[in-house]
Design a protein around this ligand. Structure first.
Ligand code: EPZ
Length: 419
């Protein structure tokens, strides 16, 4: 198993750049199934989740190629509607392929993606949305069997699910007739998918608002496209700078995608400055506690930043309350932070974080992607050496995080340890 050793205490200082967002690239790769011509996606990070999505595309008959940060996908010959279980189980995001495969091929046989470290992650909203477009869906023996020619319709999502919104958007582009999605997710990655589909010749309007209108039946053509910068990686790096009382500039970060996080950084006493080409966070002295952090769908505070924010608050003056309102099991980093001396009490989805003056290095285990990033932040600020285990989970969403952090002055090394 791979781990990080981190010697804490160095303030992080300097400039780093963002790449295309993992949570934009994954649905964009799924959307390539709708396009019978070559697609070129630029600035794509080399993450294990992205590699797995490319494998899913290849299992459907698509050709894929990576050249540095450039991805070339050609779905002209996509013809396989069965998603191999061994691949779809690798990653929750395989469910994003359901809508495009069904729309393109008229049928889809997927295995139920199941839950993950942060929750059960049901797919009822995905299936509800596709059924509203005329899909016939059977669920049996862990398989989801979909068939039918899709027709436009009205979809109301009981919850503004990011993945369900994306699945329905992609299916609706191919459906005959017009579709409207009510209570749609508003994340920047939804807008990015809409921009991609329109660049390919689709007609998607209203993305970013709660109501998205799609005219179906478009013949999509190939395109060169640059996915939106990763607001979660950018936020994570800014928080690492703040937690170590440093000064970090993230080139390419888009403040309009990060308002909730930047507001909390400011509330914690960080000097946050936004520029045309990025965002800078400088922390002098110990952070202040914030009254509350409530995770919510965009534009609320992102659940993908909850753990990283908690690492900062663990070092703050005062007491903060953190509520994880999106996923039911996203507090697993708390036990690990407490091994480093954090004073946190959890009751259900609520954590009360009493800031301490100093965290101490310890051996800790990554339980999920963003929790692992939070443990790295805490270790960078802690006194002494930490070992962060099971960093394969961090590699899912951060490409060689140690290199990025080292460029900012961190003392971090990737090592092999016994299981
Ligand atoms: C996307 O997951 C992101 N993943 C997640 O990022 C992110 O945390 C999440 O959106 C929320 O912003 C990708 O984009 C690849 P949801 P998704 O559907 O689409 C419930 C990361 O660390 N729900 O908006 O799966 C669900 O259980 C990952 O990068 C249903 O009940 O999130 C959860 O409680 C983690 N039924 C809530 O909605 C459904 O059919 C939000 O889930 C679908 C979802």
């Amino acid at each position: 198993m791979e781990a990080y050793t981190i010697q804490g205490g160095n303030p992080l200082r300097g400039e780093v750049s963002t790449m295309g967002a993992k949570n934009a690239v994954l649905p964009l790769l799924a959307a390539c199934v709708l396009v019978r011509q070559p697609v070129h996606l630029s600035g794509c990070p080399d993450l294990s989740d992205v590699r797995n999505m490319l494998r899913l595309l290849e299992s459907l008959g698509c050709s894929t190629r990576r050249q540095g940060t450039e991805l070339y996908i050609d779905a002209s010959d996509a013809q396989e509607h069965v998603m191999p279980e061994n691949i779809s189980k690798l990653m929750r995001s395989s469910i994003f392929m359901l809508g495009p495969v069904l729309a393109r091929l008229g049928r889809a046989d997927f295995t139920y993606p199941g839950g993950c470290e942060i929750g059960l992650r049901p797919i009822d909203l995905h299936l509800q949305g596709l059924r509203a477009l005329g899909a016939h869906i059977e669920e049996a023996h862990g398989h989801i069997l979909c068939s039918g020619k899709l027709t436009g319709g009205s979809v109301h999502l009981d919850y503004p699910s990011v993945g369900a919104t994306e699945n329905v958007m992609m299916a609706a582009v191919y459906a005959q007739g017009d579709t409207v999605i009510h209570n749609a997710a508003r994340e920047p990655e939804i807008v990015d998918l809409s921009n991609f589909l329109n660049a390919c010749g689709g007609f998607v309007h209203g993305a970013g608002s709660g109501t998205i209108r799609i005219r179906g039946g478009a013949e999509l053509h190939g395109v060169e496209y640059a996915p939106v910068p990763d607001r979660i990686t950018a936020g994570t790096l800014l928080l690492a700078g703040a937690a170590t009382q440093g000064d970090v500039f993230v080139r390419g970060a888009r403040p309009q995608d990060m308002q909730a996080v930047l507001a909390k950084l400011h509330e914690a006493g960080c000097d946050v400055r936004v520029y045309e080409d990025g965002v800078r966070a400088q922390m002098r002295g110990r952070p202040r506690a914030v009254r509350r952090v409530e995770t919510a769908p965009f534009p609320g505070f992102p659940t993908d930043m909850q753990a990283q924010m908690m690492s900062l608050l663990a070092l703050s003056r005062g007491t903060s309350v953190v509520a994880e309102n999106v996923f039911e099991n996203r507090m697993q980093h708390v036990a690990e932070l407490m091994r480093m001396g954090a004073d946190i009490q959890v009751s259900g989805r609520i954590a009360v974080v009493r800031g301490v003056e100093q965290l101490t290095g310890a051996r800790v285990t990554t339980r999920d992607l963003r929790g692992g990033a939070a443990l790295c932040i805490a270790a960078l600020a802690a006194q002494g050496e930490s070992v962060v285990e099971n960093i394969a989970l961090i590699d899912r969403g951060h490409e060689r995080l140690e290199e990025t952090l080292r460029a900012l002055g961190a003392n971090i090394t990737r090592i092999q340890i016994d299981e």
